[in-house]
Design a protein around this ligand. Structure first.
Ligand SMILES: [Mg+2]
Length: 120
């Protein structure tokens, strides 16, 4: 079973994704901010990370950068999730190693399709 770490500061969204991804057969681990996410990556070794950009304490960009600098963790695909839909943000995310980019608000089915494409 593939394990997905969902990172978001909105509890409602974490709960929703747990239900949606759980129904698709994925194991879901949740984190509420960037610092929490880095700790969960270490302890849970997820197969993929769904990462919100706008979060308190440590934002998604910082998490992305930290993980991509780590030789033993940089292979984990990271899908950035944000309400910001500017081309500049998209380019930045992809340049810094994000596997994909999803804009809020999103359709659950769209997220599932993209994650499947990355995880096979
Ligand atoms: Mg947020």
């Amino acid at each position: 079973m593939k394990k997905i770490l969902v990172v978001d500061d909105e509890q409602d969204l974490l709960d929703l994704m747990e239900i949606i991804l759980g129904a698709e057969g994925y194991q879901v681990v949740k984190a509420v901010n960037g610092k929490d996410a880095l700790e969960k990556v270490d302890s849970e070794k997820p197969d993929l990370i769904l990462l919100d950009v706008m979060m308190p304490i440590m934002d998604g960009w910082q998490v992305l950068r930290t993980l991509k600098k780590n030789e033993s963790l940089k292979h984990i695909p990271i899908v950035m999730v944000t309400a910001k839909i500017g081309t500049e943000d998209r380019m930045r995310g992809l340049q810094e190693g994000a596997a994909d980019y999803i804009c809020k608000p999103f359709a659950p089915r769209d997220v599932v399709t993209r994650l499947r494409a990355i995880l096979h």
